[in-house]
Design a protein around this ligand. Structure first.
Ligand code: CTP
Length: 412
């Protein structure tokens, strides 16, 4: 892609995270996690238990965090190391959290550095269980986890279902992937009072309008912008539903995804969710037209002659036709993709579709539009002058849009 690369995103600059690593095979993934959290700007203090050191070495973590790995409750750093760690932490994450650690955390034990740090902190705590599926299903482990969730208020992230360590089969017990844990930690760090407990509905991706069983009318939308908004809204503390057209992107972590194919199906999903949504964001590139009729069998080359015609019919404008179903007082955000007269066309959509905010971009500009990680957008708001943003990553655009939404939700 032309132009200068964007500076790395460091949203957690100056935030302190304690990352506890306990003794399970998934500990190898925690090296990546420590690296990812550090690259997002955080100061990551890694605490290894004795059994974790059977799987990973302190030096591996020092290499990626640039900080000394902590292992000893009674170290030269002073007997009150746990108190300092606990007090200074903005979030504490334990990944992997083994069955033994979970039992000790549930009991409030203070026999190693990570358990004592948990007792000494008032920061949000996230535990990421990882163990064999039978161990995870054991009633005592489940009891400990319920106690931790309900009485200690810690977040439990995962486990995922999937292949376990060699020969252990396939079931719930696998630690989440580092990028998913990063999102869970992000939700602890980035909670925004304007979004906490709110319901957010996002549409994203293209729609595919079938011609026959193998062909469709569609567009080049990847879904990236809408997925970034859904993930960022979840990080801020919202309950998020993403109605997504066909997309190859991984589902955003923590978000309820309703997968649809056509504009008609997207319309139906939006109509059933929008009444409960405090915020709705229409980021999908809905196909405006669909073939009049769908051929039940694959159309043969011989059927269409030398210049076959496709007869199209208009799809519903989902944002417009669900306007009356919106929750009273909710905030509604639209997107506009233009190739000419950006501001004029965008202002018309803001008004006609009853959006509070409209994010406009010019598909012909470098770094904007479909299939790229960046976007150059202008934000329009009724009664305010348009705000042109520089070239940003879609993640950054999502944050700016949600900052605007937060202000609207707070009545500003
Ligand atoms: N939109 C929608 N349903 C449609 C078409 C668009 O909900 N059938 C929403 C989009 O998600 C976006 C906004 O309306 O938030 C504008 O979409 P855009 O494709 O830019 O505009 P259109 O209304 O389709 O107008 P045109 O194609 O004429 O530019």
């Amino acid at each position: 892609m032309p132009g200068t690369p964007l500076a790395p995103r460091r949203p957690w600059q100056g935030r302190r995270i304690v990352l506890g690593v306990t003794g399970g095979i998934a500990a190898y993934k925690s090296i990546q996690l420590a690296r990812d959290l550090t690259r997002l700007g955080a100061e990551v203090d890694v605490v290894l238990t004795r059994s974790a050191q059977q799987f990973v070495a302190p030096l591996s973590f020092e290499g990626v965090t640039g900080r000394r790995t902590l292992t000893d409750l009674f170290s030269v750093e002073g007997a009150a190391l746990h108190v300092r760690l606990g007090r200074e932490a903005d979030a504490v994450c334990v990944a992997p959290a083994t069955a033994d650690f979970i039992a000790r955390a549930a009991q409030g034990r203070a026999d190693d550095l990570i358990c004592t740090t948990l007792l000494a902190t008032r920061a949000p705590v996230i535990l990421c269980p990882a163990m064999n599926d039978r161990m995870f299903a054991h009633p005592q482990v489940q009891h400990n986890l319920s106690h931790i969730r309900d009485h200690l208020g810690y977040g439990i992230a995962g486990p995922a279902e999937g292949p376990l360590a060699v020969g252990e089969g396939d079931g719930p017990g696998r630690m989440l992937e580092p990028h998913q844990i990063t999102e869970a930690v992000g939700r602890a760090l980035a909670t925004d009072a304007a979004f906490r407990g709110r319901r957010v509905l996002v549409t994203a991706g293209p729609t595919h309008e079938p011609i026959d069983p193998v062909r469709y009318v569609g567009n080049r939308s990847s879904g990236r912008m809408g997925y970034a908004i859904a993930q960022a809204a979840w990080r801020r503390g919202a309950q998020v539903t993403l109605v997504s057209g066909p997309s190859s992107l991984e589902h955003p972590f923590g978000v309820d995804v309703v997968s649809v194919e056509t504009a008609a199906a997207m319309h139906e999903a939006v109509a059933s969710a929008i009444g409960g949504a405090d915020v709705s964001v229409f980021a999908a590139a809905v196909a405006d037209f669909r073939p009049d009729s769908v051929h039940a069998q694959k159309m043969k080359r011989s059927e269409g002659g030398t210049s076959p015609t496709l007869s199209l019919t208009a799809n519903p404008d989902i944002a417009l036709v669900t306007r009356d179903l919106r929750k009273e007082g909710s905030v509604c955000v639209g997107f506009a993709l233009e190739t000419r007269d950006l501001l004029k066309n965008a202002a018309k959509k803001l008004d006609q579709k009853g959006f509070h905010l409209l994010v406009a971009n010019d598909a012909t500009e470098d770094g904007a539009g479909f299939e790229v990680d960046t976007n150059r957008v202008t934000i329009l708001k009724a009664g305010a002058s348009p705000e042109a943003l520089p070239l940003l990553s879609k993640h950054e655009v999502a944050e700016v849009v949600l900052d605007h939404v937060a202000r609207l939700l707070s009545g500003e």
